[in-house]
Design a protein around this ligand. Sequence first.
Ligand code: SF4
Length: 194
Amino acid sequence: MGEMEDLSVVECARCPDLAECRSRIVNGVGPADADLLFVGEGPGANEDDQGEPFVGRSGTVLDDALRTAGLARADVRITNCVRCRPPENRDPRAAELANCREYLDREIDAVDPTVIVTLGKVPSEHLLERDVGVTGEAGDTFDTEIAGETRTVMVSVHPAATLYDRSQEATFEGTIQRAADLTGAGGQSTLGSF
Ligand code: SF4
């Protein structure tokens, strides 16, 4: 079994409500050694249908911002806090986030990214374990212990926020550019200034 398969959950019914409603478990995608790991909240309807995180309109916004920063979707890894779609797109419950945390930690530990970008309030608060104002803190980095190591987490607004509020577009694109710069991947690296 390859490393990618090791990071995939094939069967799980820890969250009865989600296991009952989902079409499939949506695992992370992208290189298992990616420098940049995006963490979203959980699958929506499109993701549940296609079996991949951040497809549909949010995925297009993310792809566009990555391209602007000199990256392709295939360069980064994308996963979620919960791997099964909550019914009617409700937020995942605390117990569901806790149930799925082991899989997320395992993925973070294996990928060992330079930067973890949390896309929206739920993943930001889940990984930083505090209240987060995503608009005010977007692009800021925080060192926090995850899966036994101190890791760099960068807060981001959710890509869908740019669809409802155009003023969030620059915030989102700026965050992705900053994350790319930190990894030295996309455009100009600013590693020298750190
Ligand atoms: S959300 Fe995670 S823990 Fe819950 S049933 Fe799905 S894979 Fe299992």
